[in-house]
Design a protein around this ligand. Structure first.
Ligand SMILES: Cc1ncc(C[n+]2csc(CCOP(=O)(O)OP(=O)(O)O)c2C)c(N)n1
Ligand SMILES: [Mg+2]
Length: 566
């Protein structure tokens, strides 16, 4: 039987190594839903709602290279938008497949559900299209060529794609010759112009040779483009030290001998790292640093552009010089091979270690004391295993975890730039399905968790085995930090968190609640001894969330009239 439009599109996406489709069915999407159900390489994940589905696909794409979210026309696709815009911001190729009214409905001008009854069938395309870097309306005639264009663009930009499937066209056979698959990682991002690449490499190597204290700031872009291994080889060959910003945390194992710590302006850890980075005579920005507030210690950092060489995915900037025809993979490979063939690598990492790595957090808190941040984070740090993947939602926990050095091997995912609370729980599901080799440990504030908690039921249904840790302080704590305490709008309904997995149908989960240090230690030990998923509620005193100084709050919000003298 000839391949239908919808099956062909799924085949091409499955060729990328994607094995799951997150979504909520709907009548306009039935052709898609049916095709996923019978697809030999794809499994449907029954997301609790479309926003959760988009978050889960984002988490999946972080670990697998790409993900799929499938929604229905209007009501479904619009509900997924925040999640997809997050994937835009955080650069994740999530393919958003939407089932739309049949061409027959459109041509007859029938008024159909999920519309404004105005015979305008294209209203949502522009809205959803804004949360993607490429889009296509698939037809039998264009399916083969459009799928290649869309996949290519989504991977090149590492951003979402939006694909619509009119119900009748979706089931029609494609015309043209189907294309066989290419796996992620074998797709070249950009081609460099040889002369320009040589010029960049000459400049970079000259600057490195002339520098006494060069520092590398690698970014998450390297992971998005599958260049992490190449970066490790580069470090080995060059002997250069590196630091990461919060957005780039755990790019490599944080016990790497070349790792200096987290550069976050005046909030760097260790603290002296700010000086090391900002006074370095050469900063090699690998991938494009994002000088966002939470990524720069509330804009307290200053990386001097004249001492920085920025290597973006497809161009390079060195002060006033701009090179537009070079790809980051070629620059990285070129620098590595020059280091390997010259004697430039003179100092070993040990000698270069200008700052001492941050030690383990001290084990604060006595046995019967109530739990709090000071007792929780050191114990979490010791609980983590080298093959764990830590997922942190946005909130107080992300600020704490970003500043905490991760034990060797531990990977981490967070949404520092987009910062949409509630992302963590569905994203943890996506990560667990995409990366089954790792145990996913989710840390979420109670407020964030309340937004998307239904996905716990999907975790149980899909049989994944994460460790979910919910920090119960009864409020939107981080909001209290950056406003004032006592606002009613920061209070949360007091849920009985530890009962949630059972109510949502999760069988075989270890569930518990820790309110004292002893309970916390016993719970963490019990979770490690349990062969299955776990859910732990940890009480954190609301009083911890005291407002920051007015000065710091002003730094974040920039609302005060500037001081003319300053
Ligand atoms: C979707 C969304 N809505 C609102 C916000 C604003 N916001 C940022 S942090 C936060 C509170 C987080 O509270 P919680 O998860 O309980 O963490 P805590 O700081 O209390 O540990 C809110 C409401 C946001 N970032 N994203
Ligand atoms: Mg809270």
């Amino acid at each position: 039987m000839p391949t239908s439009v919808v099956t062909y599109a799924l085949d091409r996406l499955a060729d990328l190594g994607i094995g799951h489709v997150f979504g909520v069915p709907g009548d306009y999407a039935f052709p898609l839903n049916d095709a996923v159900e019978v697809h030999p390489r794809l499994q449907w994940v029954p997301s609790a709602n479309e926003l959760n589905a988009a978050y889960a696909a984002d988490g999946y794409a972080r670990r697998r290279g790409a993900g799929i979210v499938c929604t229905t026309y209007g009501v479904g696709e619009l509900s997924a938008l925040n999640g997809l815009m997050g994937a835009m911001a955080e650069r994740l190729p999530v393919f958003h497949l939407v089932g739309t009214p049949s061409l027959r409905i459109v041509r007859q001008g029938l008024i159909c559900h999920h519309t404004l009854a105005d015979r305008n069938y294209d209203r949502f395309e522009a809205i959803s299209g804004a949360a993607s870097c490429v889009s296509a309306r698939l037809t039998p005639e264009n399916a083969v060529i459009e799928m290649e264009r869309v996949i290519d663009k989504a991977l090149e930009e590492s951003r979402p794609a939006y694909l619509t499937f009119p119900m009748d066209l979706a089931l029609m056979p494609i015309t043209g010759k189907p294309i066989q698959g290419t796996l992620i990682g074998t797709i070249n991002q950009h081609d460099s112009v040889p002369g320009e690449l040589e010029a960049v490499l000459d400049l970079l190597m000259d600057r490195i040779a002339a520098a006494e204290h060069p520092v590398v700031l690698p970014t998450i872009t390297l992971r998005r483009y599958g260049l992490v291994e190449m970066f490790e080889t580069f470090l080995e060959a060059s002997g250069l030290p590196y630091a990461t910003t919060p957005m780039d945390k755990a790019l490599l194992s944080e016990d790497h001998p070349a790792f200096l710590g987290m550069y976050n302006g005046a909030r760097s850890t260790p603290a002296q790292l700010q000086g090391v980075v900002e006074e370095a005579d050469l900063i090699i920005d690998l991938g494009g640093l994002v000088p966002e507030d939470l990524n720069t210690g509330l804009w307290s950092g200053h990386v001097d552009p004249s001492r920085t060489m920025s290597i973006y995915p497809d161009w390079v900037q060195a002060g006033d010089l701009v090179f537009t025809s070079v790809s980051i993979s070629d620059v990285l490979a070129g620098m590595t091979s020059r280091f390997q063939t010259t004697s430039l690598r003179t100092e070993a990492w040990g000698e270069r270690r200008i700052v001492q790595p941050q030690p383990l957090l001290p084990l604060d808190g006595a046995e019967d004391q109530p739990t709090g941040s000071l007792s929780f984070y050191p114990r979490l740090q010791r609980f983590l295993k080298p093959t764990d993947l830590l997922v942190s939602d946005t909130g107080t926990c992300l600020l704490k975890l970003n500043a905490m050095r991760l034990p060797g091997g531990v990977a981490m995912e967070s949404q520092t730039l987009w910062g949409s609370i509630g992302w963590g729980t569905p994203a943890a599901l996506g990560c667990a399905l995409a990366d089954p080799e790792r145990r996913v440990v989710l840390v979420s504030g109670d407020g964030a968790h309340q937004l998307t908690v239904q996905e716990i039921g999907v975790m149980g249904f899909m049989g994944v085995k994460p460790v979910v840790i919910v920090l119960n302080n009864g409020l939107y704590g981080v909001e209290a930090l950056i406003s004032e305490t006592g606002h009613a709008y920061n209070d949360l309904p007091p849920w009985r968190y530890a009962e949630i997995p059972a109510a949502l149908g999760c069988g075989g989960w270890w569930c518990g609640r820790a309110s004292t240090v002893t309970e916390l230690e016993q719970s963490l030990a019990a979770i490690n001894a349990h062969d299955g998923a776990a859910y732990l509620e940890v009480l954190i005193p609301a009083e911890e969330s005291q407002p920051l100084s007015e000065e710091v709050i002003e730094m974040l919000h920039q609302t005060a009239t500037p001081n003319r003298a300053g």
